[in-house]
Design a protein around this ligand. Sequence first.
Ligand code: DQA
Length: 166
Amino acid sequence: MEHPVSRTVHILNGPNLNLLGKREPHIYGHETLADVEAQCRRLADELKLAIEFRQSNAEFQLIDWIHEAREAAAGIIINPGAFTHTSVAILDALNACECPILEVHISNVHRREAFRHHSYVSLAATAVMAGFGTHGYQLALRHISHLLKDNAPRTRDRPKREDSHG
Ligand code: DQA
């Protein structure tokens, strides 16, 4: 029997995002990750999508969840936190996925310290959102819904970058 087409979007959050709302609110705002999850659930219902919403401070856990999403997800929304700027292992895991990948940053990383300007994850991402606050998660969910419509371009089908070594 064929697998039914997945309508589940996996929303993965990396280190320190469990402290959202308490941590540096002048940068990340006052909403908690539970608030973000509730907003995403409401929107997902509207868009007739399901979500898996998770957070971990451990790199291996995020990698295992990306492997799970590779099998089960219609799309991945990932805020990898500081692993964005350090983790080739998370990049490799994402490169093994066929579904759309939306990289989300609450803050505008390009207005911040120089070490935040480079993202390994962007090399695998279909699209990147930064600086939309926590609303960026909902924008990303809407975009995945758009990509799942039959006539939307399959942006993950694009040719690989020629200068990539993979
Ligand atoms: C972040 C930006 C990262 O540079 C930082 O390490 C985070 C959060 C954001 O959502 O703006 O933990 O991903």
